[in-house]
Design a protein around this ligand. Structure first.
Ligand code: PMV
Length: 320
């Protein structure tokens, strides 16, 4: 049995940082994201092989180093007594560099594994399974604007607005294509245990989520811009104040923020957000897109610029 699924990464506007239950990988806070369109991960899962161990290839290369997380995800989806799997994954953007590749990778893996195993799961169940592997992956099961909420038993994820209803654009400025030094799962545990700002972050998140949800419902760009930048800078402040400190930014990251401020001063509808990596994602309206692309491309230290709109949730491409 084999299946192929495709999923897009998502970018959080109100961020997830910190776990309330490390074993079940449950987030300490809710989050709101946008699912992207043109960046994607396509993953095939093949359960036909008569082998005694799982195999993983990523962009055509064998990656035994990444296998433990993939095998653990397959155990969660298919049960520990499952057949061994051959997993092959391909992404059209840099991996593990702060572009949410774990979100698209695990969302696609879960959808393909469920189909390969001949199982039926609702989208909500798929989201919970993906969230076990990577908190942000749960959001990539849905398209457009997505909210992840905590409830007593786990997480509840759903789309709060279609991408077509407010077709924002995202310009990702790549400042360093290499793999990040500390993975987000490990980094957020260090923050939870050591950052003096962590408790306040958890306490204030409900308010930030309310503001963002209201701004999205009203399509109020400036209100969304203000809360998203604030939430992003708060998350990075937690990291900077952690022990050891975690600073994912480089000089070009900072220059991109200055570029965004300058564009805002000129009246452009744009705001920035940054995840656990040095890349800057500028979210903007279609009207401001050309100016935002040109300004980020011209920012010293930016090695590449990728533009995308908002897209759909993860889906099955082929089921054999
Ligand atoms: O899902 P993870 O473990 O890769 O964590 C994602 C954390 C951030 O990208 C920094 C924020 C978010 O909500 O996506």
């Amino acid at each position: 049995m084999g299946a192929i699924a495709r999923a897009q990464p998502n970018i959080a506007l109100i961020k997830y940082w910190g776990k309330r239950d490390a074993e079940r990988n449950l987030p300490a806070v809710g989050s709101i994201s946008i699912t992207l369109d043109d960046l994607f991960t396509e993953t095939s899962v093949d359960l036909d092989d008569v082998t005694d161990s799982d195999r993983l290839s990523v962009n055509g290369e064998d990656r035994p180093d990444l296998l433990p997380r993939v095998s653990a995800c397959l155990d969660t989806v298919l049960g520990a007594d499952r057949p061994r799997a051959r997993v092959s994954s391909r992404s059209n953007f840099p991996l593990a560099a702060g572009l949410a590749s774990s979100a698209s990778s695990f969302a696609a893996l879960v959808v393909a594994a469920v189909a390969a195993g001949g199982l039926n799961r609702t989208t909500a169940e798929l989201a919970s399974l993906a969230g076990r592997a990577s908190g942000s992956a749960a959001r990539s099961l849905y398209g457009g604007f997505v909210e992840l909420r905590n409830d007593a038993d786990g997480i509840v994820v759903g789309s709060i607005l279609d991408g077509d209803a407010w077709p924002l654009r995202v310009v990702a400025a790549i400042t360093e294509p290499g793999v990040k030094p500390v993975g987000s799962g490990e980094a957020m545990e260090i923050s939870r245990k050591t950052s003096p700002f962590y408790a306040r972050w958890v306490e204030q998140q409900a308010r930030d989520l309310d503001t963002a949800r209201g701004a999205i419902a009203d399509r109020d760009f400036r209100r969304l811009a203000s809360i998203a930048e604030h939430n992003c800078l708060k998350m990075h402040s937690i990291m900077w104040a952690s022990r050891p400190p975690m600073v994912y930014w480089n000089a070009a990251t900072m220059r991109c923020l200055q570029t965004v401020r300058k564009l805002q001063g000129q009246g452009a509808d744009v705001f920035f957000t940054i995840d656990a990596g040095p890349q800057v994602k500028a979210v903007c309206t279609a009207e401001s897109l050309a100016d935002v692309e040109a300004a980020l491309q011209a920012t010293p230290g930016v090695v590449d610029v990728m533009t995308t709109g908002l897209g759909e949730g993860a889906r099955l491409e082929q089921d054999a």
